[in-house]
Design a protein around this ligand. Structure first.
Ligand code: MG
Length: 165
């Protein structure tokens, strides 16, 4: 059981064509929750442009999501104009191998991209794919909010003080 990713990046946006070329990766399997969208189903800013650029250089894409919310997954796939599989039951191999068939790319030339070791990375590794771990979107947002809070409090205090005068 190998739960260690081959590559670790902060965000999908950090996955470059050169990085993929180095490892002979021709296709990407994308996770949805916390990889492409946050809890409120908002997509990572610029993810569509990132995907388009890689597609233009010949990289194939397929979404493989464990979500049973088909409509949610379909919307993301539609925005990126790529095929999708929902309710994939990762880390089981079936969904990954179906994606490999859809993209018509050998597993060894595919990288799985996701935020979870026990589903995305483990599943990809067990299919002999390359695994790319991303930092979960939600966690980054929580850190950002936590950073913003003291500033907000400071600004609010300033505002309240100015009202007293
Ligand atoms: Mg996820």
């Amino acid at each position: 059981m190998n739960i260690y990713p081959d590559i670790y990046v902060n965000s999908v946006l950090d996955i470059t064509y050169e990085m993929l070329q180095n490892k002979n990766i021709k296709g990407l399997i994308l996770d949805v929750d916390n990889t492409l969208i946050n809890y409120y189903e908002k997509m990572v800013d610029g993810a569509d442009i990132w995907c388009e650029k890689l597609k233009n250089r010949g990289i194939e894409f397929c979404i493989v999501s464990n979500s049973h919310k088909k409509e949610k997954v379909r919307k993301v796939a539609e925005k990126l104009k790529i095929p999708y599989i929902n309710f994939a039951k990762k880390p089981f191999k079936k969904g990954f191998l179906r994606a490999s068939k859809i993209m018509q790319i050998d597993p060894k030339n595919i990288a799985t991209v996701g935020d979870q070791l026990l589903t995305d990375v483990l599943g990809g590794n067990s299919c002999n794919m390359i695994s790319i771990l991303v930092e979960p979107v939600e966690k980054k947002e929580m850190i950002f909010t936590a950073m913003k809070r003291p500033i907000e409090r400071m600004m609010l205090n300033k505002y309240l003080k100015s009202r007293k005068q």
